[in-house]
Design a protein around this ligand. Structure first.
Ligand SMILES: *[C@@H]1O[C@H](CO)[C@@H](O)[C@H](O)[C@H]1NC(C)=O
Ligand SMILES: *[C@@H]1O[C@H](CO)[C@@H](O)[C@H](O)[C@H]1NC(C)=O
Ligand SMILES: *[C@@H]1O[C@H](CO)[C@@H](O)[C@H](O)[C@H]1NC(C)=O
Ligand SMILES: *[C@@H]1O[C@H](CO)[C@@H](O)[C@H](O)[C@H]1NC(C)=O
Ligand SMILES: CC(=O)N[C@H]1CO[C@H](CO)[C@@H](O)[C@@H]1O
Length: 566
């Protein structure tokens, strides 16, 4: 053995020693800090000190406070719908397939509005117009045009409501996309309502149809817009307290229900939706929002206008189509926004099934392609127990990044939050989704009578209390056991809520209040016809028809299918 051999060994020892010391230091220096302090998560609502017998106390968002005023609009300038298209913001962005600036959008709305008054004979404060359109720029322009002239629009949460609405609340005019026109004419013909109808058609108009249904006035949307551009009509300026839309939906027992929304109810919904993400990650014009919620619903409308207000790119998923909707909210559905010339999505307003579809596929892919999957899962999981999640760890680089790219394509690098609502998100699906996606997954409770979110979980709240198996297999069937409760966080900034029919003795005894959920606030509309007679409004309170439980920290859980586990 030579002297240099010793030297080599010594070097190696030193290097190993240094590496060991380095790792030790790294581990201690970089021990993840909880993204949000657990004390904040311990008190998420402001709870009134007193409560009425048989009712829970009132709950409000902690940020709003019991004495605070609700932020009924994003800024004081946004009084009515058109104000959400900020005139001072002039960067173009893409809405579905159209690259457009705010001034162009405003001008198109003015032109169409003028055309609808001049050429279609609609009358401010007299007419009302049913929108039978897929989510599209035409929907948005029509909506803005009607709202600016104080002509309320009607929307249907699903096409099944069309026949009962035509029969019971015939509108003065209908804006319909051309592919649905034949069915619409057939329906009008059958319901003997043809005399009153003016129909404005988006897309190509088949001249044969005009002849077949003589009593119906068929006009082209394009022509209305063009006519209006030549002869402008002064808008009939609405006030924030005026009703701008009536949104029809099926009530909890399946009957026809409707809610009227004022301009203020919608600007409030936009203000609530903006507050879903932490200030540090607020929505900005650099974002691309993608939504799986139809503009024909109060929530979907608020999301679309949030995108308009923030100047982001925006498109909707195929499952949100009102007409010819064969799509379910699945993994494939998330990718349908790729069909639009928008940048890769950054924020997805989807459904729980979108989240589960994505995370199941990512975990399955990761498991298939990396032997480190189990180890990686355990490390990410232990981070979550510390309240910490990142997409930038070693384990992401080694295991999850590739799987995300395989499943999400470009979106793997760009999507920075998923907001899930519309169905219960099963508790057991949440942690796997956080590991798979490693971005905020916000669980939201919405209601057809409320624009914007009602309840929403804290985006950085990673707390999980039920036992989670450390390394679950990555298939949906054996992992996501059905549960009845999903925590949806505290009321959002424009909501106050209470539970009715609570057991006083149990609540005095310290149990969580459980009862019928009622909500009130600037983003809550006015119920017009309710399917069950006993559901009456009471000083702006609306019965959601859902049962809920409220936890000590002011977060709510909704019972799905009317059964609440005690
Ligand atoms: C329409 O009118 C015809 C004849 O007047 C009548 O038989 C039919 O029941 C009516 N349909 C509806 C849906 O009212
Ligand atoms: C909806 O908006 C109107 C004003 O536009 C407001 O008076 C009402 O309180 C809002 N709805 C509720 C339930 O608060
Ligand atoms: C479209 O279909 C999906 C799945 O069937 C459903 O969840 C969604 O609500 C529908 N959208 C509309 C606007 O009807
Ligand atoms: C507080 O709320 C969260 C939901 O945001 C819930 O998961 C958790 O169980 C609650 N924590 C406590 C200590 O009650
Ligand atoms: C996604 C989708 O099918 N959108 C359609 C909805 O309706 C408009 C208006 O007819 C079409 O242009 C869209 O292609």
């Amino acid at each position: 053995m030579t002297v240099s051999d010793y030297l080599v060994t010594d070097d190696l020892t030193i290097i190993l020693g240094l590496v060991g010391a380095g790792l030790f230091l790294l581990h201690n220096l970089y021990k993840p800090q909880s993204l949000v302090h657990p004390i904040l998560l311990g008190r998420q609502s402001d709870v009134a000190r007193v409560r009425n017998a048989g009712e829970s106390a009132l709950y409000r968002n902690y940020g709003t406070g019991m004495l605070g005023r609700f932020p009924a609009r994003p800024n004081k300038e946004q009084q009515v719908l058109l104000d959400l298209v900020k005139p001072e913001f002039d960067a173009p962005r893409t809405l579905w397939s159209t690259k457009i600036t705010n001034l162009q959008l405003r001008e198109r709305a003015v032109n169409l509005g003028s055309g609808l008054i001049k050429a279609a004979g609609l009358e401010p404060e007299e007419s009302n117009v049913l929108l039978l359109l897929n989510d599209s720029i035409e929907f948005l322009i029509t909506d803005l045009a009607l709202a600016s002239h104080s002509i309320p629009s009607f929307t249907l949460a699903s096409l099944q409501l069309l026949a009962p609405v035509l029969q019971n609340h015939p509108p003065s005019a209908i804006v319909v996309q051309s592919d649905f026109l034949p069915q619409l004419l057939e329906l009008i013909h059958k319901s003997n309502e043809s005399v009153h109808h003016t129909i404005i058609v988006v897309g190509e108009l088949d001249p044969k149809l005009q002849r077949g249904y003589g009593a119906v006035k068929l006009l082209k949307w394009d022509v209305m817009e063009r006519t209006g551009s030549q002869e402008k009509v002064e808008p009939h300026k609405p006030g924030p307290l005026d009703v701008f839309t009536v949104s029809f939906f099926s009530g909890s027992s399946g009957g026809l229900s409707a809610v009227s929304l004022t301009h203020e109810n919608l600007t409030a919904g936009v203000a609530s939706a903006r507050a879903l993400l932490p200030l540090s990650g607020a929505i900005s014009p650099l974002d691309t929002l993608v939504s799986g919620h139809s503009l024909s619903t109060a929530y979907g409308r608020a999301i679309a206008y949030t995108a308009v207000f923030e100047g982001t790119n925006f498109a909707t998923l195929r499952s949100s189509k009102l007409i010819d909707n064969a799509s379910s909210a699945s993994l494939a559905d998330v990718k349908t926004s790729d069909a639009y010339p928008i940048p890769s999505p950054t924020i997805i307003f989807g459904k729980p099934s979108h989240v589960v579809g994505l995370s199941t596929a990512i975990l399955a892919e990761a498991k298939k392609s990396s032997f480190l999957y189990g180890l990686a899962w355990r490390h990410k999981f232990s981070g979550i127990l510390d309240g910490f999640i990142t997409k930038q760890s070693l384990w992401d680089r080694l295991v999850f990044d590739n799987a995300r790219v395989k499943v999400m394509g470009k979106g793997a690098g760009t999507v920075r939050a998923i907001i899930a609502s519309g169905e219960p998100l099963e508790e057991s699906a949440v942690t796997p989704a956080r590991i798979a996606l490693s971005i905020p997954v916000v669980n939201v409770y919405t209601h057809p009578a409320v624009s914007g979110p009602v309840f929403a979980s804290h985006p950085l709240d990673l707390q999980t209390f039920p036992a989670i198996p450390p390394v679950p297999s990555a298939t949906a069937a054996d992992n996501y056991a059905f549960t009845y409760e999903s925590p949806v966080g505290p009321p959002t900034v424009n909501i106050e809520s209470k539970l009715l029919g609570v057991n006083d003795a149990a609540v005095e005894g310290g149990s969580d209040p459980v009862g019928q959920l009622w909500v009130r606030g600037p983003s809550v509309g006015k119920l017009l016809y309710v399917d069950e007679p006993e559901k009456e409004e009471d000083k702006g309170w609306v019965d959601t028809g859902d049962r809920a439980r409220v936890l000590t920290n002011g977060t709510f859980k909704i019972a799905s299918s009317g059964v609440l586990k005690k």
